[in-house]
Design a protein around this ligand. Structure first.
Ligand code: V47
Ligand code: SF4
Length: 394
């Protein structure tokens, strides 16, 4: 195991719960501490033994995180929806061309107005991402981060995907590293994992032509990690990707984590087909990923990414109910309060745009787990009492 590797010393589970011989074979490897191969991961995806897969993922998660489930009190801010890739990211319903109806770019006053929610004292992290806007270069984000930090010094700034960093570097004719250093000096603390989609070049050609290549997404995250900037990572699934392409994607994430130990969490993102060109082309509008696939994405992530501590479920995309169940399928972290989500609500998400602290506590307690508010580096802020288990609506 590399430094930062977090494979637990001992993982135990009840073999009687594994009904598929292929899942049992993976279980044997896990018990003896042997790393899973891409073929093992593919076998799990192809198996219908959902309980067996969940049993393994739950055992690994418990060995790493016990019954603790973490969340951050955060707020999403999307400062611009203007994007040069508007026509080629066919899965995106959020982006607009500069003169298109609905296009917007916040002024600093508007950013501050939205960020003022943090005056509640609860919000401890902003998650700031947007489109690839030619008018939003380095100076725009430097001013934004400085303004936010001077008004709310206690709030962590998790901002800009690898794709946005590469975009700023291109328009400013700077290296990724120089952009990252300049943004870090202005207040950037960590980076979110968006923009990964599926790394396979064939998939990217189909759903995200012209977007930063998978290897370059990894390159930007490597540059960030080398500067001490921790990041998250994601995979968009449930569109045209194959099982083998999912495994290649996970392999690239695991390899970088072996090298840098810089990833904080992995978050699979369920594709929403409404109000986007791809969903229409696939005839998928009004449908979404299946609950079984959602759970497998989380559980296989937990099992294959043996050098990650945190696997996060994005309740906005897979619903609160499925996120609650996922706490028994390897998940130890939930996307937080969010406040006013826009990107998935542009593509048909029917979940609320945010959740209250009470809502999150109820969700976690209902799964028999211990709710724990964390900071952006996963340090515990406070642990909440869990009364005796009782059924609760989510
Ligand atoms: O990169 C866009 C996705 C991502 C659709 O790091 C879509 O903590 C589904 O990465 N259906 C941005 N997904 C969001 C993101 C994220 C979210 C929460 C937490 C973190 C974190 C990161 O949203 C994009 C893209 O993959 N997206 N359109 C769609 N139709
Ligand atoms: Fe632009 Fe991101 Fe939407 Fe692609 S997914 S069109 S890069 S906002």
């Amino acid at each position: 195991m590399p430094e930062g590797g977090v494979r637990p010393a001992r993982v135990d589970f009840n073999d009687a719960r594994l009904s598929d011989p292929a899942v049992r074979a993976v279980g044997d490897k896990i018990r003896s501490g042997v790393r899973l191969t891409q073929a093992d991961g593919a076998a799990l995806y192809r198996s219908i033994d959902l309980i067996g897969i969940g049993t393994l993922a739950d055992a690994v998660n418990r060995a790493k995180n016990g019954d603790t489930v973490t969340f951050a009190c955060n707020q999403h801010i999307n400062p611009t929806n203007i994007c040069t890739l508007r026509k080629t990211c066919t899965f995106c319903g959020y982006a607009r061309l500069p003169k298109e109806e609905g296009a917007y770019r916040y002024t600093m006053d508007q950013v501050l107005e939205e960020a003022a929610h943090a005056a509640d004292g609860l919000t401890k992290e902003w998650h700031i991402v947007g489109g690839l806007d030619m008018q939003a270069g380095l100076a725009y984000y430097q001013e934004m981060f400085r303004t936010l930090k001077s008004n709310f010094p206690h709030v962590h700034i998790k901002a800009l995907t690898a794709v946005e960093i590469a975009h700023i570097a291109r328009i400013e004719k700077m290296s990724w590293k120089d952009v990252l250093m300049a943004l870090r000096d202005a207040g950037l603390d960590t980076m979110p994992g968006g923009g990964a989609e599926t790394f396979s070049a064939a998939v990217r050609d189909q759903i995200a032509g012209k977007k930063l290549a998978g290897a370059d997404y990894i390159g930007v995250h490597r540059a960030a990690h080398e500067l001490g900037i921790r990041t998250n990572c994601t995979m968009l699934y449930g569109h045209v990707e194959t099982i083998e392409e999912r495994m290649e994607h996970l392999q690239m994430l695991r390899d970088l984590q072996d090298e840098t130990a810089g990833f904080l969490a992995y978050i699979p993102l369920a594709y929403h087909p409404d109000d986007n060109v791809l969903g229409e082309a696939l005839g998928r509008q009004g449908t979404s990923t299946s609950g079984v696939d959602d759970l497998k994405m989380l559980a296989v992530g937990r099992l294959f990414l043996d050098n990650f501590t945190h696997i996060k479920s994005h309740w906005i995309m897979v619903t609160q109910a499925l996120s609650q169940v996922s706490l028994h399928f390897g998940v130890n972290d939930l996307e937080g309060t969010v406040v006013r989500e826009k990107i998935y609500h542009a593509v048909g998400a029917h979940t609320p745009q945010g959740m209250t602290l009470d809502g999150l506590l109820q969700l976690i307690r209902g799964a028999g787990k211990i709710p724990t508010e964390r900071d952006s580096f996963y340090n515990v802020i406070r642990t909440f009492e869990t009364p005796a288990a009782e059924p609760a609506a989510v």
